[in-house]
Design a protein around this ligand. Structure first.
Ligand code: AMP
Length: 548
């Protein structure tokens, strides 16, 4: 198609979308704004800026050059935030290592990513010591620690972060380069095989930050993040860059609080003493906090929390709202940077009563600006947005991984026909809200009919005695498969509720037409705990194997 390209006078500057450019404005708008790390460190944005330059000098001193891969293994800290900026800004690639991987997966991912150097929290020294001789590309380790006296180590360390930083110059001239340069990478643990590497460019991270900003800051909705909010991540920084939200909050100059290792009493204390108003996490973390005995001592009424990584069950949403916590679901995946949609209420919904609002807050959400979401049938044809027609969710957006690292075959499967295939099943309603009903691999087929495991979880989560629930498909001779529910009861109901009573609860939803009769789980098991993945989601793969 003939187009008229813009002309560029020879002196015009073709501004690249680089991460360094997001760090400019907060130094003007909020130079004295605070960044806090537990009860240990508190500094301002000017210090952050200075330390980012010092870190780049320190890495250069350690031999890091553009194109190298710098891995980080740390809890959520101000140091991690410094790495989010310094590493890509110097043209290197930040590999955020999932600290909960098994030693075997750590060896695989570190070798596959070809990490050159690892910045390593002292808590992970033992595991790295045990696999050091199998790490083929790592030349140096730098220690991150809060301890006054660093622990003894069996591996050779190139020094300790703070010590090396203090010896490094606070001036670093971050260069300009192509905005398509790789900025970050990390691994996603799929249901089969070894973890897969995904990667993002500077351009993608800048555009993701802007898309996210328009969704959570600009629309009049229940989220309405602005520069007076106080941010604390509760999704690990290794997991899809804590959903890219540290980039957004730094760019708009918010006060930020980094909690280190997640420990409920510390988290609750930080939220109230530092006046945290905005966080994000998987449902498990909120579940852990609302069931923590300490919660009643804290005022959480100013805390807005975006929930993602798994569906937000209505029962959990209601419980959190009863503590004043404003929950909203959002959706994305490791392959999508991650955020694709957020369950913003439209302005006319803000006057609805709580139960109607919960319906919206728990939806998978409205697409972010620039995100194109479609539901396609098995022939790849888009289905109507009528809230009923169901199929696979496919997407196009500026910030989707362009493949899996060194894996052309699975990259092409991901991008079949030019759409990123999420592997999620869902529908879109006439208001434009997406609702995920299952992962393709989690769907339950019973007597030839599909049942949504997430819908059944959502129903049972609303029973007053239920603390947490998971629904999986188990083989059945007669029906092919049947839903099975695993239920953890609230402390005060343990031993007082029977499986039959829970089954009766489902019957109400059959009577009002929400689910068909065959949707009532064939078996309901009351259990003490439900298996979780390394990022805290319900581990359905493990449950299916266990209950087969
Ligand atoms: P991960 O790559 O580990 O971030 O996992 C991504 C997957 O989590 C998605 O493909 C969905 O299956 C699931 N997920 C994320 N957010 C939601 C949500 N709001 N509702 C339902 N499932 C979700």
């Amino acid at each position: 198609m003939p187009i008229r390209k813009i002309e560029r006078t020879p002196s015009a500057y073709a501004y690249p979308l680089l991460i360094k450019n997001m760090l400019r404005m907060p130094m003007i708008y909020a130079p004295k704004q605070e960044i806090v790390y537990r009860d240990k460190i508190r500094y301002d944005y000017l210090t952050l800026n200075r330390r980012v330059s010092q870190l780049a000098n320190m890495l250069e001193q350690a031999g890091v050059t553009s194109g190298n891969t710098v891995a980080v293994m740390d809890w959520d800290s101000h140091r991690y935030l410094e790495c989010f900026f310094a590493v890509p800004m110097m043209g290197a690639v930040l590999h955020t290592v999932n600290i909960r991987l098994s030693p075997e997966q750590l060896i695989y991912t570190i070798n596959h990513a070809e990490d050159d150097i690892i910045l390593l929290n002292s808590d992970f020294l033992p595991v790295i010591e045990s696999i050091r001789d199998q790490l083929k590309t790592v030349k140096k380790f730098i220690l991150l620690t809060d301890m006054e006296t660093p622990p003894a180590s069996a591996i050779e360390l190139a020094g300790e972060y703070e010590n090396l930083l203090s010896q490094s110059s606070p001036e670093y001239d971050f260069p300009d380069f192509d905005e398509d340069a790789m900025a970050t990478m990390f691994y996603t643990t799929g249901t089969t095989g070894m973890p897969k590497g995904v990667y993002y460019s500077h351009r993608q991270l800048v555009l993701h930050t802007y898309g996210l900003m328009s969704a959570v800051c600009i629309y009049k909705s229940q989220i309405n993040l602005n520069s007076t909010d106080v941010y604390m991540p509760l999704t690990p920084m290794f997991h899809v860059h804590a959903w890219g939200i540290p980039y957004l909050c730094t760019m708009i100059g918010l006060k930020q609080v980094y909690p280190g290792k997640y420990e409920p009493p510390v988290l609750l204390k930080l939220i109230t003493t530092e006046n945290v108003t905005f966080s994000h996490c998987v449902p498990t973390i909120i579940h852990m906090l609302v069931t923590s005995p300490a919660i009643r001592q804290f005022d959480l009424s100013k805390w807005k929390v975006v929930i993602g990584g798994s569906a937000l069950p209505k029962g959990l949403c209601k419980t959190a709202l009863s503590f004043g916590i404003g929950l909203t679901a959002a959706y994305g995946m490791s392959e999508t940077c991650p955020i694709l949609s957020a369950a913003n209420m439209k302005p006319f919904m803000l006057d609805w009563d709580e139960d109607r609002q919960i319906e919206i807050r728990c939806k998978t959400g409205l697409p972010l600006p620039l995100v194109h979401l479609e539901i396609v049938d098995t022939d790849g044809i888009p289905v109507p947005h009528d809230g009923k027609s169901t199929g696979e969710v496919v997407t196009r957006a500026p910030w989707l991984t362009q493949g899996y690292l060194k894996d052309p075959e699975r990259s092409e499967q991901l991008w079949e026909n030019g759409w990123l295939h999420t592997g999620d099943i869902g529908n879109i309603d006439p208001e434009g809200y997406l609702q995920i009903t299952d992962r393709v691999k989690d769907v339950i087929k019973t007597g030839g009919e599909w049942i949504s495991s997430l819908e059944l979880e959502d129903i049972i989560s609303q029973h007053h005695a239920v603390s947490e629930a998971a629904v999986i498909g188990v083989p059945d001779e007669k029906w092919g498969g049947r839903p099975m529910a695993l239920v953890v009861l609230k402390e005060e109901y343990k031993g007082k509720i029977t499986e039959e009573e829970l089954r009766d609860f489902f019957k109400k939803y059959v009577d009002n037409g929400s689910i068909p009769k065959y949707g009532i789980p064939g078996k309901i098991s009351i259990v003490d705990a439900i298996a979780k993945t390394s990022v805290g989601k319900i581990n359905k793969k493990e449950l299916r194997v266990h209950y087969k």
